[in-house]
Design a protein around this ligand. Structure first.
Ligand SMILES: C[S@@+](CC[C@H](N)C(=O)[O-])C[C@H]1O[C@@H](n2cnc3c(N)ncnc32)[C@H](O)[C@@H]1O
Length: 279
């Protein structure tokens, strides 16, 4: 399958997820966004963003879903904010939440790989949060898109689930959990179970495709996009709402990570540089 075939299959599956998650929570979220000082970001995410400072900064959120995090970022003092997501239904929800809360954010329905070039060089921060990288069939091109959206000296801030979690079967209950899949797996996981990881309502969807990216692939993609890595941290807390029980285990696993990189390289491609230096 080609990249666009994967992303359009995932678009279909995410569109099917929206009504389920809508039934479960949209009304509740709408009520909350009416309140002034709306804040959905976790304390950990807010701390990570504070490291680069987002007060008054232009922020792009890739794969923003229904925009709750971005609305919070805007409401916490960021400047112009734009969320990009492939799912029609979630972008509709995001616009509805923005209207209901009176928080000024722009939401664009697009495949992240097709973000229009008019957004290039417009942002101080590109934010990428939990449950995003795995939907990307081409991780290098994904970071190239993130980098092209940045102004010079802008930041890419990633706060994601740890890829080690792809080695486990999320529905398996043994303790300690059994390793099911190789860390070096190259082919995508194909799922037809519902994507309602928040409400946990089971349902069937069209097939969706999830891609495992090793940490080294993620670092490599950052460097190949000309970004310089400034901070990398691993955490033992779960941010997926799926692997929560893993955070209670006595033997601690890395469950999430943050990666902060910057568009401050004079070289268009850090990876090529390194090869030249060592050659
Ligand atoms: C797990 S959600 C991200 C959730 C977000 N961190 C939050 O907590 O609300 C993944 C999102 O990625 C979006 N997505 C998947 N593939 C995409 C693509 N190729 N381009 C843009 N968005 C995509 C889906 O529509 C979905 O809204």
């Amino acid at each position: 399958m080609q990249r666009a075939e994967y992303t359009s299959a995932n678009r279909k599956a995410w569109n099917e997820a929206a009504p389920v998650r809508d039934d479960n929570r949209l009304t509740q979220v709408l009520t909350v966004t009416h309140q002034s000082g709306y804040h959905y970001l976790s304390a950990a995410a807010a701390e990570i963003l504070k490291q680069v400072g987002f007060e008054g900064k232009a922020v792009a959120h890739l794969c923003c879903n229904n925009g709750r995090e971005l609305l919070s970022i805007r409401n916490s003092g960021a400047g112009h904010c734009v969320g990009f997501d492939i799912a029609d239904n979630f972008v509709d929800q995001a616009r509805q939440l923005a209207r209901s809360s009176g928080i000024d954010c722009e939401f664009v329905r697009t495949d992240v790989y097709e973000i229009p070039h008019r957004y290039d060089g417009q942002f101080d921060i590109v934010y990428i949060s939990v449950g995003t990288l795995g939907w990307m069939p081409d991780i290098k091109e994904f970071f190239r898109v993130a980098a092209r959206l940045l102004r010079k000296d802008g930041w890419v801030v990633v706060y994601e689930m740890h890829p080690i979690l792809d080695m486990f079967d999320s529905v398996e209950t043994s303790d300690p959990p059994v390793l099911h899949y190789s860390y070096f797996r190259a082919k995508p996981f194909v799922e037809d179970n519902g994507l309602d990881y928040r409400g946990q309502t089971p349902y069937k969807t069209s097939p969706s495709y999830w891609f495992h990216h090793k940490l080294s692939d993620i670092f490599d993609a950052c460097l190949a996009a000309g970004l310089s890595i400034r901070s990398f941290q691993e955490y033992d807390h779960d941010i997926t709402n799926v692997y929560t029980r893993y955070s209670q285990m006595q033997v601690r696993l890395p469950l999430s990570f943050s990666l902060i990189s910057r568009n401050d390289s004079s070289q268009p491609n850090g990876a090529e540089d390194l090869t030249r230096d060592t050659g």
